[in-house]
Design a protein around this ligand. Structure first.
Ligand SMILES: CC(C)(COP(=O)(O)OP(=O)(O)OC[C@H]1O[C@@H](n2cnc3c(N)ncnc32)[C@H](O)[C@@H]1OP(=O)(O)O)[C@@H](O)C(=O)NCCC(=O)NCCS
Length: 153
């Protein structure tokens, strides 16, 4: 086990309204033209059946976040990201675990997501976590299919 990494110092907790400005800024930097706007974050945060978790270092620096929704026994990973400094240290996995634990605690029996077919890091995370591919949406993203994945614990 490694010691002293960012991962060791990271804690995960539910996002607050006042975190959304910071999240939207990071989202824009990571996702560019497909980023969620601050207004969209506010709208999602206001929906029943959604949750947002943040991963923060010991100095409260943002290391990543996840947004989940659940309804009718099914859940969705709406978005997930880690900051560049936080990547490859297990933080994405911890966020996904927190999100799926939350969904399961609310009665979800399956967790869905969609991912750009060229997004190797996200595909690596989801496959490693136990998600499996069940379909595709052709040209869902500019120049790329969406791979549809699901996870049944
Ligand atoms: C996808 C993302 C969240 C992964 O976060 P991360 O914190 O780096 O992931 P972790 O360190 O927890 O790694 C978890 C697993 O993913 C795999 N993985 C991570 N990066 C990978 C890469 N570049 N290529 C292949 N697999 C990768 C790891 O191998 C690991 O599996 P293992 O534990 O079996 O070795 C991060 O790369 C990211 O924020 N990307 C930009 C935003 C994005 O694309 N979000 C997903 C939208 S669908």
């Amino acid at each position: 086990m490694s010691t002293g990494s960012v991962h060791d110092q990271v804690s995960i907790s539910e996002l607050s309204w006042w975190d959304l400005d910071e999240i939207a800024d990071h989202d824009a930097a990571i996702f560019g033209p497909t980023a969620w706007t601050l207004t969209y974050y506010w709208a999602v945060r206001a929906q029943a059946g959604t949750v947002m978790f943040a991963a923060r270092t010991a100095t409260s620096a943002l290391a990543g976040w996840i947004v989940m929704s659940t309804a009718g026994g099914e859940a969705d990973v709406m978005t997930i990201a880690t900051t560049e400094a936080g990547r490859g240290q297990g933080i994405g996995r911890r966020l996904l675990q927190a999100g799926t634990d939350w969904a399961l605690s609310r009665g979800a029996e399956v967790v869905h997501l969609e991912v750009d077919e060229h997004n190797e890091s996200a595909l690596g995370l989801y496959r490693s976590f136990g998600f499996s591919e069940w379909g595709r949406r052709p040209d869902y993203y500019p120049g790329a299919d969406a791979i549809l994945m699901r996870y049944r614990p």
